[in-house]
Design a protein. Structure first.
Length: 262
């Protein structure tokens, strides 16, 4: 009986050792081949790597797919694309074309052509001169045209909205605030209707102020003032419309000039 038990024990030991010897050993591959995925027919195919989105390739795809779009912009390494009438189908097309982690799509109302046309209309109707607009710019993130103008010209917006869709515009009304310059008049150019101001603390006269029909001229006590009353040596404080030409001396248009008491 003992002999039989020993025989069974020996058989078990041999079986265990055989099982251990058959264990698979994995070898690290420092140079793996392309990733593969199982195809429907049981074969394997290399998994395609989608390219990262970049502005130029996105522009080409928008044109190729005939997609109406606002504009595109970068935020870090992410390409943001404004699409007019964004749908799930359009999103799917982008995800097949580009690595989804490299772009973001946004549904917007206006195309870049509409935004550009609106900005051009401001120039065509001479609103910068007629309404004293300071500037305009296309805000690609908010899909609007931003118009910067003095806050005391807010009643002029109706004229703008007769030619430009009001939903497309964002107004930036600028308060008067602190004067841009305080100093003395160094020169009066009556022919060109402008004055050169020497700012306090500067070595040389540094800013030419020209005037338009919206420029406000007053005395320190609030009394009216005309350009013909300006004389060399008078002290003034002045505000520009915000747009200054980078020259020496610099050049800008006066929003308001106050003649200080002597």
């Amino acid at each position: 009986m003992r002999t039989v038990r020993l025989s069974i024990l020996m058989v078990l030991v041999v079986a265990i050792l055989a099982a251990c010897g058959a264990k698979e050993t994995k070898v690290k591959n420092d140079n793996p081949g392309p990733d593969t995925t199982a195809a429907g027919d049981g074969t394997t195919t290399a998994q395609e790597t989608q390219p990262a989105a970049d502005p130029e390739s996105v522009k080409s795809y928008l044109k190729e797919a005939n997609l109406t779009n606002g504009d595109i912009y970068l935020d870090g390494s992410i390409v943001h694309v404004n699409i007019v009438g964004l749908t799930a189908e359009i999103t799917s097309g982008f995800e097949k074309k580009f690595d989804p982690s490299t772009f973001r799509l946004h549904d917007v109302r206006f195309s870049i052509e509409e935004l550009t046309h609106a900005q051009d209309a401001l120039h065509d109707h001479e609103f910068y001169k007629k309404l004293n607009l300071y500037s305009s710019s296309i805000d690609v993130i908010n899909n609007q045209v931003t118009i910067t103008m003095p806050d005391d010209a807010a009643d002029k917006v109706e004229e703008i909205e007769k030619v430009v869709n009001k939903d497309l515009i964002d107004y930036d009304f600028v308060a008067l605030g602190e004067p841009h310059i305080v100093g003395s008049i160094a020169e009066v150019d009556a022919k060109s209707k402008r004055i050169l101001v020497h700012e306090d603390g500067e070595e040389n006269p540094n800013l030419w102020f020209s005037f338009n029909e919206y420029s406000k001229l007053t005395r320190e006590d609030g009394g009216n003032l005309s350009f013909s009353e300006f004389k060399k040596g008078q002290r003034v404080k002045a505000w520009t419309t915000g747009m200054i030409q980078d020259s020496f001396p610099a050049q800008g248009t006066a929003r308001k000039v106050i003649l200080l008491a002597e």
